[in-house]
Design a protein around this ligand. Structure first.
Ligand code: HEC
Length: 158
């Protein structure tokens, strides 16, 4: 009987001891782990810091990689609006004046279900007319016929 009681006491002490240790660990665990060098294990913040912008969201030479759109003022609105139905390629492949772009938007509104753009329209048009304006590159300018000095090629003389 006496043995049984001491056994019981021992186990009570043991359980109490474990609880005390656990309690101390909760209280001072952080302090204790500070004594050791865990620098080889990257901390949570270090992991967050190494996270970079996903490649597709990167901007290289002013071009947003995923969409191919020029990354400039109005980009977010244009991306949000103009990639909802089709690829941004339809935008980047095209060149037009502000009026030309306005006509394309009107056409899409009339026939393709593009919604009213409201106060975003001038922002979108500014963006398009600035970055996707007609280019002279790849096609020479039309000849101004009045400016040309005509001459008659004479093949018989000489
Ligand atoms: C509601 C859907 C929708 C939205 C939003 C939309 N478009 Fe379109 N767009 C279309 C459809 C449909 C076509 C025709 C696609 C085809 O021909 O394959 C088109 C065609 C085009 C074309 C080609 C026109 C041509 O003459 O070939 C351009 C440029 C264009 N869209 C620009 C834009 C721009 C800029 C925006 C943002 C303001 C925009 N789209 C937003 C539906 C939309």
């Amino acid at each position: 009987m006496k043995n049984n009681i001491s056994l019981l006491l021992t186990s009570v002490y043991l359980v109490f001891g474990i609880c005390l240790l656990a309690f101390c660990y909760v209280l001072f665990g952080n302090v204790v782990s500070g004594w050791f060098d865990f620098s080889s294990v990257p901390s949570k913040t270090a992991i967050q810091r190494t996270k970079t912008t996903p490649k597709s969201e990167q901007v290289v030479d002013g071009i947003h990689l995923e969409t191919g759109l020029v990354y400039a003022e109005g980009f977010d609105i244009v991306r949000g609006t103009c990639t909802a139905c089709h690829s941004a390629k339809l935008v980047t492949q095209n060149r037009a004046s502000r009026e030309g772009w306005k006509q394309m938007l009107t056409w899409m509104q009339a026939t393709q279900g593009l919604w009213e753009l409201g106060e975003q329209e001038p922002i979108i048009l500014d963006y398009l007319a600035t970055h996707y304006a007609p280019e002279a590159i790849g096609r020479r300018a039309n000849i101004d016929m009045k400016e040309v000095e005509w001459y008659i090629l004479n093949l018989e003389e000489e």
